[in-house]
Design a binder for this molecule. Structure first.
Ligand code: OOG
Ligand code: MG
Length: 262
């Protein structure tokens, strides 16, 4: 750790206030170029602690920057991990209030729900599939607290990987009932296809993102608990949205899920 406890708390408060007050900020590494990976996740943990102290509940986890399209779009080279709290969950077809968001974008994702806990190190795709109860389509709404979505990996980790809202829905499918590498993904905005892809865009197989998360947590003495919902990361580039837009995600063999913005 390069930052002291006080600085970590102050940066967590700053980033969370940006989220709560709907304003952006330059990336925090501008001011703290020496911060390390542990500092970045410690700031994220401190943001979670602030939310938990106000009664929030963790309802899921997420992997991000797991596809080349996303890494290229954001200019980074490695996946990142974050949390989802109850206030981020949107009901299928419901409207997201854009006044609570800075500059939202949507991403097509595959969501996993586990029946067994997963613990790294050494977690692999096979272990993930064996522990998966079902998979389903998920749309993530990201909303970086950084000006113009300009960040580096440590800054985006501290900002809980831009997490803001998500919806899951469509048809829940057992993992043996679908080839997650070849499954086709179509994201539509206002009825027009705006991003297309296949599951393999995510680290060759979306389950690899879940394995990476388990290994990441394992290094910190944690695990992915049984029953967890996990977003495995955007299959394509993220697409900007605004009030009035409706977005739907169709995943081959898994139906459709959607949300609106107003
Ligand atoms: C970081 C979050 C990326 C994904 O699925 O790749 C993410 C960002 O691009 O702002 O959630
Ligand atoms: Mg995402």
């Amino acid at each position: 750790m390069a930052l002291n406890e006080q600085t970590i708390e102050r940066l967590a408060e700053h980033l969370e206030n940006c989220q709560l007050q709907v304003r952006d900020t330059p990336k925090i590494t501008d001011e703290h170029p020496g911060m390390d990976w542990d500092d970045a996740y410690a700031i994220q943990d401190a943001i979670l602690a602030r939310k938990l102290s106000r009664g929030a509940r963790v309802v899921g986890l997420k992997a991000g920057l797991t596809s080349h399209a996303k890494m290229r779009q954001m200019g980074v080279t490695h996946p990142v991990f974050g949390f989802l709290v109850d206030g981020y969950a949107v009901a299928e077809g419901a409207a997201v209030d854009t006044r609570a968001l800075i500059h939202p974008k949507v991403e097509p994702e595959i969501a996993f729900v586990l029946k067994h806990a997963l613990k790294g190190p050494g977690c692999h795709i096979g272990a993930v599939l064996a522990a998966t109860d079902f998979v389903m389509p998920g749309i993530e709404v990201i909303d970086s607290r950084y000006r113009d979505f300009k960040f580096d990996l440590k800054s985006v980790i501290a900002d809980n990987t831009s997490a803001a809202r998500f919806v899951v829905g469509g048809r829940a499918v057992r993992p043996e009932g679908v080839d997650l590498r070849t499954v086709g993904v179509v994201l539509e905005k206002n009825g027009q296809p705006v991003a297309l892809g296949a599951g393999a865009a995510v680290l060759g197989h979306p389950a690899a993102a879940i394995a990476m998360l388990a290994n990441h947590l394992g290094r910190r003495g944690r695990e992915i608990p049984a029953g967890s919902l996990i977003l495995s990361g955007g299959v394509t580039e993220a697409v900007a949205v605004a009030a009035g837009d409706s977005v739907s995600l169709r995943v081959q063999g898994m139906g459709c899920t959607n949300l609106r913005f107003d």
